[in-house]
Design a binder for this molecule. Structure first.
Ligand SMILES: Nc1ncnc2c1ncn2[C@@H]1O[C@H](COP(=O)(O)OP(=O)(O)OP(=O)(O)O)[C@@H](O)[C@H]1O
Length: 230
């Protein structure tokens, strides 16, 4: 469902060209939960931005359900992002003056969905992430882990084809990190949602079905923990 083909990207800053991704290729199938693993500067954010259609690659193609996104117009891309892609961010990106339920509803407001349906869907998703009691509270009244649960519920409300989670546990302690990854795995298993989790942590990557590893802009073949004691 998501295919990255011969993808290369260079940043052009005046006279200088910085190659950031080199001949990257992989496929992510519907219903998979995959980690995109790499240390700082390896190219993860660039790859994520390209897969989400936020930038166009210098070379190669990204196909979602067979459609090359680099060939879409700006309007098609905006529509594609609104309907097909969910995002989870390291810093949650919740709107402080909206309630938890209103935050979850927000993507549907942009789609023009009726208030009653928005509310029903938001309550159902808040229940799925274990926050059925918190809908009328404000983000600042929740813990970091709870705020990330709200952002997970928000990412799912448009029933996207794929959800990109960018370092979703980067601001959380180890115990909460485990709970959030447990939740993503449970949502993947029960709702067949396709997740790509961007992380620099081997411990997070280890819990997914498959790891795509980047090093200095190149794809690394093989399992990242080969050679470790297991
Ligand atoms: N706009 C830009 N112009 C020039 N170089 C850039 C630009 N954006 C990123 N880079 C370079 O591309 C490389 C990869 O950056 P990227 O942000 O994709 O890495 P990352 O793996 O996401 O790192 P981190 O985990 O620290 O966010 C880095 O060397 C960075 O300096």
């Amino acid at each position: 469902m998501l295919a990255v083909e011969n993808l290369s990207h260079r940043f052009n800053n005046g006279a200088e060209e910085t190659p950031v991704l080199n001949d990257i290729h992989f496929v992510i199938n519907k219903g998979e939960i995959v980690a995109l693993l790499g240390s700082s500067g390896s190219g993860k954010s660039t790859l994520l931005n390209l897969m989400a259609g936020l930038m166009k690659p210098t070379q190669g193609s990204i196909l979602i359900n067979g459609h090359p996104i680099e060939k879409m117009s700006e309007n098609q891309l905006a529509e594609f992002r609104r309907t097909q892609i969910g995002f989870i961010f390291q810093s949650y990106e919740l709107i402080p003056h909206l309630t938890v339920r209103e935050n979850v509803e927000l993507p549907l407001i942009f789609q023009g969905t009726k208030a009653k349906i928005r509310k029903e869907k938001a309550i159902a998703l808040l229940t799925k992430v274990g926050l059925e009691e918190k809908g009328d509270m404000f983000p600042s009244q929740l813990s970091g882990g709870q705020q990330q649960r709200v952002s997970i519920a928000r990412s799912l409300i448009t029933s996207p084809a794929i959800v990109f989670a960018d370092e979703p546990t980067g601001n959380l302690d180890t115990k909460t990190e485990k709970e959030i990854i447990d939740l993503l795995i449970e949502l993947n298993e029960t709702l067949s949602i396709t997740f790509v989790i961007v992380t620099h942590e081997l411990e997070v990557a280890r819990r997914t079905q498959r790891v795509i590893q980047l090093r200095d802009g190149f794809l690394v073949e093989g399992e990242p923990w080969v050679g470790e004691d297991e």
